[in-house]
Write a protein that binds this ligand. Sequence first.
Ligand code: SAH
Length: 399
Amino acid sequence: MDNSQAALPRVFLQAGRDRRVALGHPWAYSNEITIDADAKALPPGSLATLHRVDGKPLGLGTFNPHTLIAFRLLSRDASATIDRAFLANRITRALNLRQTLFDAPFYRVVHAEGDGLPGLICDRLDGVLVAQINTAGMQALTDDLLAALDDALAPHTVVLRNDSPARASEGLSGSVTIAKGQIDDAIMVREGGCCFFADVLAGQKTGWFFDQRDARDIIAPLSAGGSLLDVFCHTGGFAVRAAAAGAHSVVGVDSSEPALHLARRAAAANGVEHLCAFRRADAFTELERLARSKERFRIVVADPPAFVKSRKDLASGLRGYRKLARLAAPLVAPQGFLFIASCSHNVEPDALLSEIVHGISSAARSGRIIHEGRAAPDHPVHTHLPETSYLKWAILQLD
Ligand code: SAH
């Protein structure tokens, strides 16, 4: 793509609106930008330079006049060239961090703004990359991006999971395509000495939740010698790691039969299928049923999908976490553990904890908080975008 400086359109911030960007924030909102006829006419996702009202350049990035987060900076150097080499450089920097953090090639290798690549998520399952493009800006760079992924990672297969709901707000339609190689089966993922299977074409999100690695590292040894219930078990991450770490029995519940199929396959591949039972049910209904049957577990894990999809459902979503804690707490044996996570962007960690505490209190249980955590470090957070740190979780021991 030709984006020599002279060819790039210029986008202007309104008077007095440059301070946040100048201090390091990577976004400018549409109501801070002068959206005149020229700006409005730019194709969504155009490369552009961003300027103060007096013309001083603040950087270079992508611009979409039709969305709230209208300008996303790629570089503070307005004369930078955004091309295959630029993208490969950013990807390599992100890769180097993962290689420092992990000893095997299974991780989120690019986490959007956290890695200086707004609008791009990319998971690495050894030679298979599962990328998700969420902005018109990154979409416009797709060809250079695919070449850059080749340069930095030499994958044999690349899947574009461009089916996230976030794309609609950027005016993008959804699709899943194989940009390189082929996919004949679920893809193997290694974590914590176990292997798992990810459906990278049709599974939830990218097929595997790397974000819960740290939580699984803590839960697995806690379950040794005890029992574990995982009520949104997906492909068996918590459940199979617990069984492999010495849990004497594990029950996984999920509403998705394809996810359960992969969980059973993971249990078998790790030689723990005799310890694991996976069944399809609604998590809330199953928690109530198990409580009536007086079953108790050393650990109950609940890692549901986002209950709060936007600010307007914050109150009802928070009630969902409270209800989950209230229904899960009775199933935790005395001195056992309750793990609850929220992947809702709009839920603050303290708010989640407060709902969990209310929930266990309504179930007439008391206890103590022993761990609070966030997404694993292959999900780095841009220093000026703390709100993009979506995942939070807590583990409580109950009396
Ligand atoms: N903890 C998992 C990820 C959970 S993702 C891991 O570490 O891999 C959320 C899961 O909740 C999905 O698998 C989805 O199928 C399931 N789910 C959504 N609604 C549900 C419901 N009402 N009851 C049970 N499972 C549900």
